[in-house]
Design a protein around this ligand. Structure first.
Ligand code: CP3
Length: 342
């Protein structure tokens, strides 16, 4: 029997009559059932490490809107925590980490406690796969080494990422050791997600776009290629989606050199360019502006139709161009999901 999972078919290069869809950050604060469960759990991290609740949160948007894929509920900063960084999420402030800014400080980090710390995440994957229907894809994920490194080096979010970029320029060998450690941790972490039942993976490189041309090759393309090659060796059938946000025209080289099966398009990407230069190489995924989902109405539906028209003639998965924002009305998500289900 042919595999019924539409997202996997699209990732394998098939053009589907109705493109499958899911939304980045489809689980989260815009859903009342998430807010209720989150307040029962305590903190955001308590929720991430409670596999029963995290599995339930993963499934909430599917139950409500019928997306074709579930994305594991976790966070890209669990790896740094598993390597030994202090991590805390402060209300209204975002994540705060104990920063690492030199090669000497790297001795504070190690792979030895990783799986003990993030073990509950693998349990979440197992539980979700057991209750998710066979026609739905379960997407595991991690942050890309560059993006995770920016949070480790800056000690949280940042507007200019100056400490990270400076370290990478002043001491590329030392900074490269941090990237090597993150590559190894990511390969192990994603391998365990596959063993637990993930059908596909996404690598979030939220801050790829701030890199220089040379830096983009060295810190985004090469580490991604190494992760993809290592996972393909052990798990050749698990497709990987890369999301190098704001890569612009560098997306074509990224698609060619990393070995990913698909690339996520951020909402600024010109669609005809992506169709003409990238879709012949890999499956495309994207790219409705999450703020247009927040705005809703005809403007949102028209833009969704435009995206479907331009990208739907080739291998394509409909998604947003970045994550759903917490203020998004659920009726807008419902209207978009209704359109996409046809
Ligand atoms: O997409 C999903 O539904 C799956 C779960 C998921 C979360 N974070 C849950 C989350 C995924 C895939 C992520 C990825 C992630 N986390 C990225 C890459 C994608 C992106 O958005 O650019 C990044 C940069 C992070 C780091 C992170 N986590 C930040 C900066 C924040 C704070 C900002 C915010 O929205 O509050 C988080 C917290 C976070 N991760 C929340 C959720 C649902 C909100 C936590 C809460 O409930 O208070």
């Amino acid at each position: 029997m042919s595999d019924m999972k539409s997202v996997l078919r699209a990732l394998n290069g098939e053009t589907l009559e109705r493109p499958p869809f899911w939304f980045m950050r489809q689980a989260g604060r815009y859903l009342s059932e998430y807010r209720a469960l989150r307040s029962d759990a305590g903190s955001f991290l308590d929720l991430c490490y409670n596999s029963d609740l995290a599995a339930e949160v993963t499934l909430q948007p599917i139950d409500r809107f019928g997306m074709d894929a579930a994305i594991l509920f976790a966070d890209i900063l669990l790896i740094p925590q598993g390597l030994g960084c202090q991590l805390d999420y402060r209300e209204g402030e975002g994540p705060v980490l104990s920063p690492i800014r030199s090669a000497e400080e790297l001795s504070k980090l190690s792979l030895s406690g990783l799986h003990d710390q993030v073990g509950p995440v693998y349990e979440t994957v197992r539980k979700v796969r057991a209750s998710l229907s066979d026609d739905k894809t379960l997407i595991g994920f991690a942050g890309s080494p560059w993006t995770v490194a920016t949070y480790i080096v800056e000690g949280g979010g940042s507007t200019d990422h100056a400490n990270t970029r400076r370290w990478a320029y002043v001491d590329p060998v030392g900074f490269g050791k941090l990237i090597d450690l993150l590559i190894e941790a990511t390969v192990q972490y994603l391998g365990e997600q596959i063993k637990a039942g993930a059908d596909a993976l996404q690598l979030f490189d939220t801050w790829a776009g701030i890199l220089s041309e040379t830096g983009f090759q060295k810190w985004c393309v090469e580490p991604t290629a190494r992760i993809v090659a290592a996972l393909k060796q052990d798990y050749p059938d698990i497709p990987i989606i890369g999301f190098p946000r704001a890569a612009g025209p560098r997306l074509a080289g990224y698609a060619e050199k990393t070995g990913v099966a698909a690339v996520g398009l951020d909402y600024s990407m010109p669609l005809e360019w992506a169709r003409d230069h990238v879709q012949e190489k890999v499956t495309l995924q994207g790219n409705l502006d999450p703020l247009l989902l927040l705005a809703g109405g005809d403007a949102m539906l028209k833009e969704a139709e435009r995206i479907l028209k331009i990208l739907g003639q080739g291998p394509f998965i409909f998604n947003l161009g970045h994550g759903i924002v917490p203020q998004t009305p659920v009726e807008h998500v419902r209207a978009l999901a209704d359109l996409l289900r046809g």
